[in-house]
Design a protein around this ligand. Structure first.
Ligand code: 8DG
Ligand code: MG
Length: 139
């Protein structure tokens, strides 16, 4: 039987594009994770009963120790990896408290718009990178 999209479990992920001085904060996914060894926008899975902004705030506090004070919906993207399908719910984070650091030992870096073109992201991320570059060129 042909597998249709409705039969595939979709993993809902809250993703933060954290902005400061026209740069974006990235975290290195550990080699043991799905899409490991690539740079990501910090975030994680939305848990049952959570809104996306709640999941985003929780994940950014858990992963990089910041408290989100200002965010807005940016884009949504569904992407089918061979092993799973993800729905990335992407928010711009334009205000936060605290000094970001990788609480799980993961390296962090700030990247400028042009640097984003040279960094290896998970396969789903290309449209996100393009929209960020468009956004930064207008601001
Ligand atoms: N955080 C994040 N996840 C991404 C990006 N692009 C992308 O394809 N993903 C995928 C990879 C994973 O399959 C999924 C996110 O899962 P995750 O591993 O961050 O989830 P989590 O933080 O809840 O971690 P865990 O507790 O399951 O280990 O979304 C991205 O830019 N940021
Ligand atoms: Mg995560």
């Amino acid at each position: 039987m042909q597998q249709t999209n409705s039969m595939v479990k979709v993993v809902h992920v809250a993703v933060g594009v954290i902005l400061r001085d026209s740069q974006v904060l990235l975290a290195l996914r550990s080699s043991t994770q799905h899409q490991g060894g690539k740079w990501e926008f910090p975030g994680g899975k939305v848990e049952a009963g959570e809104t996306v902004p709640q999941a985003l705030s929780r994940e950014l506090y858990e992963e990089i120790a910041i408290t989100v004070t200002q965010s807005s919906a940016f884009m949504q993207l569904e992407y089918a990896y061979p092993e799973k399908t993800v729905l990335l719910d992407i928010y711009l984070v334009t205000g936060f408290d605290g000094q970001p650091h990788g609480r799980e030992g993961q390296p962090l870096r700030w990247a400028s718009s042009s640097e984003l073109s040279t960094i290896e992201f998970p396969d789903a991320n290309q449209p996100i990178v393009e929209r960020i570059q468009e956004y930064l060129s207008q601001s």
